[in-house]
Design a binder for this molecule. Structure first.
Ligand SMILES: [Zn+2]
Length: 99
């Protein structure tokens, strides 16, 4: 569980660094002078106060994208219609959708 969290934090860190926002994953022993991001508190922090809001927005977007990807629509192999992931059969033509 802890490793999973760290992997996720590394991912978020990569997202922010990729957007030019310096961040660091806080070592518990270095608990001062940074701005913690509440969602990930106390582990992931931005270096510059001014980057905080942008960082949060980027992470929310990243989260939204991840959530979207996990419930990805499936495309009907027969008619090409897009169906919600929860559908077992195509709403358009009734063909069984691949899982
Ligand atoms: Zn179909």
């Amino acid at each position: 569980m802890r490793e999973r969290t760290l992997i996720k934090l590394s991912h978020y860190q990569a997202v922010l660094e990729g957007a030019g926002i310096p961040t660091f994953i806080r070592n518990e022993s270095l608990a001062h002078l940074e701005v913690p991001i509440p969602t990930f508190c106390p582990a992931l922090c931005v270096v510059e106060d001014g980057d905080y809001e942008r960082a949060m927005q980027l992470l929310h977007e990243s989260e939204a994208e991840a959530a979207k990807a996990s419930i990805e629509d499936c495309t009907c192999g027969k008619c090409g219609e897009t169906n919600p992931h929860s559908f077992d059969i195509c709403w358009n033509c009734g063909t069984e959708l691949a899982a």
